[in-house]
Ligand binder design. Structure first.
Ligand SMILES: [Mg+2]
Length: 377
């Protein structure tokens, strides 16, 4: 089944999110924004789709010639050609590779008439999730103090979340990150939700070894489930130091480049207790599946980064992944509202704190084609 066309176009929308200088998202004033739709068309007329940050020029000039004429069922050959194409093309990041990989999977699933998780190897139809609280800020009524985190955590548990993860304060929201302030927020959240709710922390990413160990010891006393990315992930030696000494499990790597290759290096170095990958940061489902199977071979649990729809399909197909990361959540935002280009969200949560996996063919997006047509460029 041949690929006949690859197209990218812009879709305009009103965004209420802003990025700070370290690229963390926060609620902000409404403003015009643009997202990109990638469509991969097959000779049977099926379109595989993905909406996200995609470099239009790169995809049309470099990726389109590789894909057009290829057979959608020759997925490994396509994958090998794409990852070789990444070399020396700095704009061809793993985020862009993820967009292409997911659109290819979407086309494949629609052609076969089954959801992606069944192609990957079905294991379950719903997945436990945790509420992932956004990075701290200085907004009144937002996440501006340990008490604000505690109040919000209580509300999230009342909404039905069975587990929570905090992202705490980082520059530029606060001039300096603080282990003391992180632990104060974690202590108040633990007291607010009680001993039975699993809690995790994703703090400032550039603490020293000593600071990260002090943080880990504090979290151990609060019975946290894991600590992720408290130091620069380029230093495997620093993570081995922390993993050997920490009373709380260390989860990683999340943003370290290198896909499954770097995960293998981390495993062999003993640099984390819990593995980490994800469709978005590891270059799509194809790469993340290699990672989760690698972790499984070493008897390791893996946690998937971010709320990508790809992660949901992966988690429905594996045994060694525990949670879907639902968020990011903030008191100002309503996560249950779909993006304007969708009719419904793809990760609704049930009373057990679980997220159902899409059952329709492909990735299972519920596109609002009328909105997309009216706002495309
Ligand atoms: Mg993280």
């Amino acid at each position: 089944m041949k690929i006949t066309d690859v197209a990218v176009y812009k879709v305009h929308y009103q965004s209420f999110m802003v990025r700070d200088s370290e690229y963390h998202s926060h609620p902000g004033p409404g403003h015009d924004a643009v997202e990109h739709m990638l469509e991969i068309t097959l000779e049977n007329g099926v379109k595989g789709c993905y909406m996200g940050p995609i470099y239009q020029d790169l995809v049309l000039s470099a990726v389109r010639p590789v894909l057009v004429g290829e057979d959608i069922f020759m997925r490994e050959r396509i994958w090998q050609r794409l990852i070789h194409l990444q070399r020396l093309k700095t704009e061809f990041s793993d985020y862009v590779l993820c967009a292409i990989d997911l659109a290819l999977y979407d086309a494949l699933g629609k052609t076969l008439g089954i959801p992606i998780w069944q192609i990957l190897g079905g294991y379950r139809t719903k997945v436990p999730c945790y509420g992932s609280i956004m990075v701290g800020d200085t907004l009144e009524g937002g996440l501006d103090s340990p008490q604000a985190y505690a109040d919000y955590a209580q509300k999230l548990v009342a909404k039905g979340y069975h587990a929570l993860k905090l992202h705490t304060w980082m520059p530029p929201a606060v001039p300096e990150a603080s282990v003391k302030l992180d632990l104060e927020a974690c202590r108040m959240v633990r007291e607010a939700v009680g001993p039975d709710i699993p809690l995790m922390l994703d703090p400032y990413h550039y603490y020293s070894r000593e600071e990260a160990l002090e943080l880990a010891k504090g979290l151990g006393e609060l019975d946290f489930l894991w600590l992720e990315e408290p130091m620069d992930e380029h230093s495997i030696a620093s993570y081995r130091f922390l993993t050997e000494a920490s009373p709380v499990p260390i989860c990683g790597p999340e943003t370290a480049p290198g896909k499954y290759h770097s995960r293998a290096d981390w495993i062999s170095a003993g640099a984390s207790h819990i593995g980490r990958t994800g469709a978005l940061t590891s270059g799509g489902i194809t790469s993340a599946m290699r990672c989760v199977h690698l972790y499984d071979s070493f008897g390791m649990t893996v946690e998937l980064h971010g709320n990508s729809i790809g992660n949901l399909h992966i988690l429905a197909a594996i045994r060694n992944g525990r949670y879907f990361e639902r968020g990011l959540l903030h008191p100002y935002l309503d996560y249950e509202q779909p993006k304007p280009w969708l009719n419904s969200i793809y990760d609704p949560m049930d009373d057990d704190g679980c997220v159902f996996v899409p059952s329709s063919p492909g990735l299972g997006w519920d596109w609002n084609w009328e909105y997309i047509e009216d706002n495309k460029e």
